[in-house]
Design a protein around this ligand. Structure first.
Ligand SMILES: Nc1nc2c(ncn2[C@@H]2O[C@H](COP(=O)(O)OP(=O)(O)OP(=O)(O)O)[C@@H](O)[C@H]2O)c(=O)[nH]1
Ligand SMILES: [Mg+2]
Length: 442
């Protein structure tokens, strides 16, 4: 256990209704008693009303609570002082605490203590950070599942399967009359491949990225079909300039929209046309093509009130293998294009808003399942893949008829990689790296 007592602002700095100062360590109760008036007989987990008084001066009116070890966030004695929001009161109280011997907490230090004192495993500690920084409902849900032990549970069951494989091998080595080495090798090969498949299936990098950072949706189409108008309608604000002059948009214009808990980054691009003499427009068209290549979903926009031209046909051809939604815009006008001629199009009007909700749902469907795989954090996926590749090496060794003991070494490597996910086997440097990504006060 760390012997010093740490303190920091636990709430976000800046204006707010309340600011919470958190203190953790052996002196938490003594420090709280020094500052809190009137004197109280602190009962654990109970809020008290009073004032913070230091050096004869009343710093703020407050509510305070003491969580006695081990029933606290860090498993140490923890005091929380709820002050009026705004940074002044909290800063003066923190200064007083530091003068009385508390040390300013480093980033993530409270959660680090929770981990070191065995209250949470590493994957849950990381979930706390993921939850704090979650940008949308989907990212938050993934973090919450992790916090509730989803990752730990998954890792534990994989470890159990691995241990079963290892004990099967041990049995074959120790009792050759009960099970032949060939049988043991073929069981181990099958088991190792099965578990490697399971670990790889649990990693969905694309889904994790989409849940965490959002979905890239790119609006493209020939000039004047209404891409910028659609962007503005989806963003519910005038982001892009709209005119009836073809070639209005040159730079990529972005707008972030939340659709059913999923963050979607819409990008409006320059109208695609060949042979324009305008240098700026040509650069814009190149950028548009790059954006299309990197999109999670491409919205190929057509003007439904005009017949298809060569540029439309080229766009449909160029995007046919991409994740794509065909959007027939300007349906408020007389329709010339027949929706039945297109592959599952969405018929909309940027002007009246008709069909926009359908379009949103179709876009969000490209993020379906994002963040719902068992593992969603880069570090965890990396280790799971490492374990899977050790398992495949073990399986290959068995298939080649090599000694079972050789495969056992690979299985042990896999076990070590899995252990690093929950922190059963981690070194100090890794712990430092993980907790340094936290903010102060957590
Ligand atoms: N009636 C009607 N007019 C629309 C609709 N969408 C766009 N327009 C009009 O079409 C013209 C072009 O719209 P923009 O949104 O600038 O088209 P764009 O595709 O961004 O064009 P570029 O930036 O030049 O590539 C403007 O005059 C819009 O008001 C629609 O759904 N219905
Ligand atoms: Mg435009």
């Amino acid at each position: 256990m760390d012997q010093d007592t740490i303190a920091a602002l636990a709430t976000a700095p800046g204006e707010g209704g309340i600011a919470i100062v958190r203190v953790s360590g052996p002196d938490a109760e003594a420090l709280l008693s020094r500052l809190f008036a009137p004197p109280r007989n602190w009962e654990s987990h109970r809020m008290y009303y009073g004032h913070i008084v230091y050096d004869g001066e009343t710093l703020d009116e407050c509510m305070a609570v003491l969580f006695r070890a081990p029933r606290s966030y860090t498993r140490e004695d923890v005091a929380e002082i709820h002050l009026h929001g705004g940074s002044w009161a909290a800063q003066t109280v923190l200064t007083a605490l530091y003068r009385l011997g508390a040390r300013p907490a480093g980033p993530g230090e409270f959660t680090r203590r929770a981990f070191l004192n065995g209250r949470v495993d590493l994957s849950r500690a990381e979930a706390v950070m993921a939850l704090i920084s979650a940008e949308g409902g989907r990212a938050a849900r993934a973090a919450l599942r992790q916090l509730e032990g989803g990752v730990s549970g998954f890792v534990r069951s994989a470890q159990e399967e691995l241990i079963a494989l290892l004990s099967g091998a041990a049995a074959a080595i120790d009792y050759p009359e009960e099970i032949t080495l060939e049988e043991a090798a073929s069981d181990m090969e099958a088991g190792a491949r099965r578990l490697a498949d399971k670990l790889e299936a649990a990693c969905d990098e694309r889904g994790a990225r989409i849940a965490d950072q959002g979905l890239e949706a790119v609006l493209c189409g020939r000039p004047n079909v209404g891409k910028s108008s659609l962007l503005n309608a989806l963003a519910r604000q005038e982001r892009a300039i709209v005119t009836d002059i073809p070639g209005t948009t040159r730079d990529i214009i972005r707008a972030d929209v939340m659709i059913d808990g999923l963050r979607v980054h819409f990008a409006d691009t320059a109208g695609l046309r060949e042979g324009t003499a305008d240098v700026i427009e040509r650069i814009g068209v190149d950028r548009a093509r790059q954006a299309i290549a990197g999109a999670d979903v491409v919205l190929a926009v057509l003007n439904a009130s005009l017949p298809l031209d060569d540029e439309d046909r080229q766009l449909l051809e160029d995007t046919k293998d991409a994740p794509r939604i065909i959007v027939l815009n300007q349906c408020d006008k007389e329709m010339v294009l027949n929706p039945a001629d297109f592959d599952d199009p969405v018929v909309v009007s940027a002007q009246t808003g008709a069909g926009l909700r359908d379009l949103e749902k179709r876009v969000a469907a490209f993020g379906a399942g994002a963040g719902e795989s068992a593992l969603t954090q880069q570090r965890h996926m990396l280790l799971a893949r490492e374990a899977a590749s050790s398992l495949r090496a073990a399986a290959d060794a068995c298939a080649r008829g090599e000694a079972v003991d050789l495969a056992v070494i690979d299985l042990q490597d896999a076990l070590a990689a899995l252990g690093s996910i929950t922190g059963e086997q981690v070194d100090d440097k890794m712990i430092d790296e993980i907790f340094e990504r936290f903010c102060v006060g957590k």
